[in-house]
Design a protein. Structure first.
Ligand code: DGJ
Length: 729
């Protein structure tokens, strides 16, 4: 659309026809096209998503040579009923007992939202029941991203029950579908798994309610017509759901060998009652198409997210020291001041006070057994309050951040005793604890007020709170809300309740930096990132496993949202011992922090930390806003590298890690494909006396670096290198 549509000029509505001739609806970006086909009888099928073929009219009269009366043409938004027999995006039950919905074309509109964004809204109606669906497709031209969701309206005169209400569906036609998705667990998030889809249905989903992204992430990559996951080659479609609650992404290869993908809120136990005249807005589903492998798909998602989705990516958490692994619950004013002194002397820019500062005098938070919900300062650990710690940090030139977990309550707390009706539970069933805590019922507006109040009052604890780490350390069990009439609405309403609190917070505190944490990376999704500036990538701070966690995370989410901290050895999670340089070089490829007791470091280690933090400040804008190029893959290569390149290709920073011993005769060679082949670049290794590159300090053409590459002397396991790359003027 770009180039043809001046901003806000175009808005047209096509008559609700279901007329006698076929037509097409084409949704286009610079390098991709999605085409829907409106049949003369009003059915709308999904025709194409992939590379552009431009004029959509050429497909009018298309014949699939399959029998139409066998229902083999895939609907744009598959509803249960009529001829449709695959997995349904929409399943409605009516008061008459009717379980069918037959959606037909009722018109579409196209409007330019900006020079870059074109919105297409396709309207579908079931003429018998009055159910209406508006399918939104926002095409982001430059980023090759299409964002889609459904709005379902009950136009009938009785309430209906939505048994499924997915956001969106696409249909692909390829010889092979290689699905790459992200499984994991606590301290092992975003692990890659690739599998060739076979006939049948494969779902990735979470029914944990909150903390939904530890064990699967609501995102995927599909490599088409290949059995190989490739960084640089081939067609890839990537998707991510903008939602922090239960989700399901279902992949069905059917008898026609086509693949239908439907994505949205997980229907399991979540039927939603929709009153007459009401509309349900489903979450956004993001798609991108790349004909240059997974690398380009990631870059599309990252640049779209930075421009249109993330909460203020220009405001990034400064380099910080978080006291969690350094002290756990065992601290006092002097210990914290000592940490702040050390953090300041190493050049860090913020101190974050983690769990353990609250609970008041009755339920002091000395371990994870009590105190959640009682957000008064612990008078024993911090007799002078939190304000003195914040003031001390400020006096040393540091910003100040603090931890909260406002959705939770410990059984041992005043809150639990005062408000038993605020706890997620079902009468007559045991209220299970996880980490000795219960979940508060965010479906209830009073609880939403309370959670907002926790944030608000924490912000008043000191002058100048710059950062809030919002944690969430359990998931839902025995779902039940004393507030709701029908608990099957719990899952959807909880997440909406969370978003409504986030919105209130953002109205009052637009500038505070918020980290989305849920036992590490349990809330790493684009839904939370619309309100939170960053996420805590994982509680696993060990550098070797972090290479894998960050690799997986950055396939979908940009580095600017990935908190990445240097911690002590032996590592508290894995027991592994890695050199300090390796730990820094891994952490510096995200938003850098430290998470240890700095008084345990030697002077030599502190000197190295000072140097690494100093050089990070010179290039971190590239990590936050540059284009990511991965060289190889840690799952198959002994040495893995990545590079962030500025938009104008004048600067780059390159990181390499040896993660397996490769033998005496092999050395890594990296082709730096993201640079400008015409430019000459000076290559400078950072933070070392002796470089691992024979040409360190010299200049090389972009074409040499891309076609021959950078060969490095990185034989030993845990060797690592950071190079700053700058074009000569
Ligand atoms: C889980 C988080 O992921 C950790 O970083 C830490 O904040 C603890 N909770 C505190 O209880």
């Amino acid at each position: 659309m770009k180039g043809f549509l001046p901003f806000a000029l175009l808005f047209f509505s096509l008559a609700a026809s279901a007329g006698d001739k076929a037509e097409t609806v084409s949704i286009e970006t610079a390098g991709s096209q999605m085409v829907l086909y409106v049949h003369p009888d009003g059915e709308v099928s999904f025709f194409h998503y992939g590379a552009r073929f431009d004029d959509p009219e050429q497909v009018i009269g298309y014949k699939s040579y399959r029998r139409w009366d066998y229902g083999t043409e895939p609907p744009a938004y598959p509803a249960r009923g009529g001829r449709h027999f695959n997995q349904s995006a929409l399943a409605v039950k009516y008061h008459t007992g009717d379980i069918n919905t037959e959606l037909t074309y009722a018109g579409h509109t196209v409007s330019a939202l900006s020079d870059d964004i074109t919105r297409t809204v396709l309207s579908l109606r079931d003429s018998k029941t009055g159910i209406g669906v508006e399918l939104y497709y926002d095409a982001y031209y430059d980023e090759d991203v299409i964002v889609s969701h459904a709005e379902i309206t009950n136009g009938g005169n009785r309430p209906v029950r939505l048994e499924s209400y997915y956001s969106s569906g696409i249909v692909l036609d390829a010889s092979e579908y290689l699905l790459t998705h992200f499984y994991g667990a606590w301290a092992r998030e975003m692990q890659l798994e690739s599998e060739l889809l076979t006939h049948g249905i494969k779902s990735i989903r979470s029914i944990k309610g909150v903390r939904t992204t530890h064990t699967e992430n609501p995102s995927f990559m599909l490599s088409l017509n290949t059995e190989t996951f490739s960084e640089e080659y081939g067609e890839v479609i990537a998707g991510a759901l903008v939602w922090s609650g239960n989700y399901s992404i279902d992949f069905q290869v059917d008898e026609t060998n086509r693949l239908s993908v439907i994505s949205g809120v997980c229907p399991d136990g979540a039927a939603y009652s929709l009153d007459k005249g009401k509309t349900l807005h489903t979450p956004d589903m993001i798609y991108t198409y790349s004909c240059r492998g997974a690398g380009q798909a990631s870059r599309n998602l990252h640049s779209w997210a930075r421009k249109y989705c993330l909460y203020d990516p220009s405001s990034v958490a400064p380099s910080l020291l978080n006291n969690w692994e350094g002290t756990y619950f065992d601290f006092n004013e002097d210990i914290l001041k000592g940490i702040i002194d050390n953090a300041a002397s190493m050049g860090l820019e913020m101190f974050v006070l983690d769990d353990g500062w609250f609970g008041g005098k009755d339920y002091p938070r000395n371990d994870s057994d009590q105190g959640l919900g009682d957000w008064q300062v612990d008078p024993v650990k911090l007799p002078n309050g939190v304000g003195v710690i914040a003031d001390y940090a400020h006096s040393k030139g540091l910003k100040f951040g603090i931890w909260i977990e406002p959705e939770m309550v410990s059984p041992e707390s005043h809150l639990a005793k005062d408000h038993p009706d605020w706890i997620v539970k079902e009468d007559g069933r045991e209220v299970t604890t996880i980490r000795r805590q219960w979940l508060l019922d965010l479906c209830n507006p009073e609880v939403q007020d309370f959670v907002f109040g926790v944030f608000d009052s924490t912000m008043q604890l000191a002058d100048g709170i710059d950062y809030i780490k919002w944690d969430c350390n359990r998931h839902v069990e025995s779902a039940g809300s004393a507030y709701l009439k029908d608990n099957s609405g719990f899952w959807f309403d909880y997440t909406q309740g969370l978003y409504s609190v986030y919105r209130r917070i953002r109205e009052k505190y637009p500038d505070v930096i918020i980290q989305s944490c849920a036992s590490g990376g349990g809330r790493m999704d684009y839904g939370a990132l619309r309100y939170c500036n960053e996420a805590w990538t994982s509680d696993n701070t060990e550098a070797l496993t972090r290479v894998f966690i960050q690799y997986g995370t950055n396939l979908i989410y940009p580095a600017v949202v990935c908190g990445s901290h240097v911690s002590a050895v032996p590592n508290h999670q894995t027991g592994n011992i890695t050199p300090l340089k390796f730990r820094f070089d891994v952490a510096c490829s995200g938003r850098l922090g430290m998470e240890l007791q700095p008084s345990d470091m030697t002077d030599e280690e502190k000197d190295f930390a000072r140097k690494a933090i100093g050089s990070y400040k010179q290039y971190r804008d590239l990590v936050y806003y540059g284009d990511l190029y991965r060289m190889g893959n840690p799952y198959k290569d002994d040495c893995y590298a990545l590079m962030y390149v500025s938009e104008d290709k004048s600067r780059a920073v390159f990181f390499a890690y040896t993660i397996k011993y490769m033998g005496r005769t092999q050395r890594p060679l990296f082709r730096l494909t993201g640079l400008d082949p015409e430019k000459k670049y000076r290559i400078s290794e950072l933070n070392v006396g002796k470089s691992c590159f024979w040409g360190n300090g010299r200049t090389f053409t972009g074409s040499y670096l891309a076609s021959h590459g950078l060969n490095l002397n990185m034989e030993k396991v845990y060797s690592s290198a950071v190079f700053y790359i700058e074009a000569e003027q």
